[in-house]
Design a protein around this ligand. Sequence first.
Ligand code: GLA
Length: 510
Amino acid sequence: MKPMQEKRVSLGTLANVTASITGALIVLLLVTAQAYSQGLPGRWMAVGRTLDNGEQQKSILELKQSGDQLTGTVKAQDFSFEVKGTVNGNHFELYGPGNPNKLFLVGDLVNGELHAMQGHHEFVAKVASPSDDIPTVSYIEPPSLHNIPDNGLAKTPPMGWNSWNLFAGKIDDQTVRTMADAMVSSGMRDAGYIYVNIDDTWEGVRDEQGNLQSNNKFPNMKALADYVHSKGLKLGIYSSPGPRTCAGYPASYGHEAQDARTFAGWGIDYLKYDWCSAGRIYKNEQLQPVYQMMGDALEATGKPIVYSLCEYGLGSVEKWGPAVGSNLWRTTDDIRDSWESMIGNVETQVPTAPYAGPGHWNDPDMLEIGNGHMTDDEYRTHMSLWALVAAPLLAGNDVRNMTSATKSILLNKEVIAIDQDSLGKQASPRKNGDLETWIKPLADGGAAVGVVNRGSTAMQATVNAGDLQLGGKVNEARDLWGHKDVKFKNGTYSAMVPSHGVLLLKISAK
Ligand code: GLA
């Protein structure tokens, strides 16, 4: 029971309370009046998710307007960056730094509030009061460059599953466990899909010693790793060289060595390291030394950990990826489950072909096969192209629940063998109208050849043995989707290919 006197309120206290209520009302009225009078210029505050320790994620947007041009600063949790954009009536668009022309925020001024989208996330900001502020982190100078020795991993492109394409922020311990079970029961593991990779949104907060903990969706990461290992699989995790991940969770800035030790201690076998908020602190020219920090940290753990860079193809990564100890690096922006996105990604990485090879691969992003927005022909083309360009094969669908068509695509062992060929060559295309021919030399002296029909009607594709540079006569080939041997006549083989479909042949050396 509380003592009675606590309930008594003195006149002085009443006066104080009245004063503070009046003060708060005045601030509110001023702020509201400002909201209606200011238009877009001014200080805005958005409140985002609450972390496990109760900390609310906030960002402050300070905008200036000159004609239809906007400039400003965003202070997000731990870092700040400049934005530029335009305004048209109540509608505005703001672009961030780092990634050229990357749309940061697009929305409208509605009843004195900003209602916008930041990527896929909703962003609602109200006029900030003068006391609203956010701490920022201090700049850490990246180290000078040196070469990190090859970790000996990923002699063929990594294969597995990743949570992001399907689950995004809705991934948790239980889902990862059921997915690991399904990787075994569906035959994915035995076909070579070994890594089960947790993408963004697993991160909790740091403890008093600065050790990053998993959040309450992942109660015990070590136990989860043990479970995944008990299934004959390996576990992957995700972080960023910036202070926050792309989804706004705590990341490894200033904690590289400590986080690498944490990951190794949990038994993690694969790290995807996503540029994200590092782009607000560092310039693209600093990608290499920044990625080197985690490369060194992983090496120092002594545990074999595949090192996957995610920097959307920035900074000519293919030229220095191996030097920072990386096994694969993203060559493109994020894939979506659409023909245009898939074909665009594989096209974007064509110039990087000479840089792929055992231990270090170009990554046009994870697979969308089975996620439902492309046709089966398009998914067969997706799988064929990823195999031809020696891309990592990280399934991004629900392997617990696959249609027979999805299974037949992801589990086509002859196509997987093209991807996993030990020579590790990345095919490049030759165009002939809507038909595109990709040729990949194989370790046995043979070749895989894919003819993709990018047109909107079925077309006859012809493979000329002379183009394959195999030396000697080609009499027969294996049709990897038709599951049959086919005959070349007078040095050519022809077949009809549906719109957005593929003819994929393997020609063995004589
Ligand atoms: C970036 C990456 C994606 C995914 C998300 C997670 O967009 O490119 O692959 O990891 O971040 O937030």
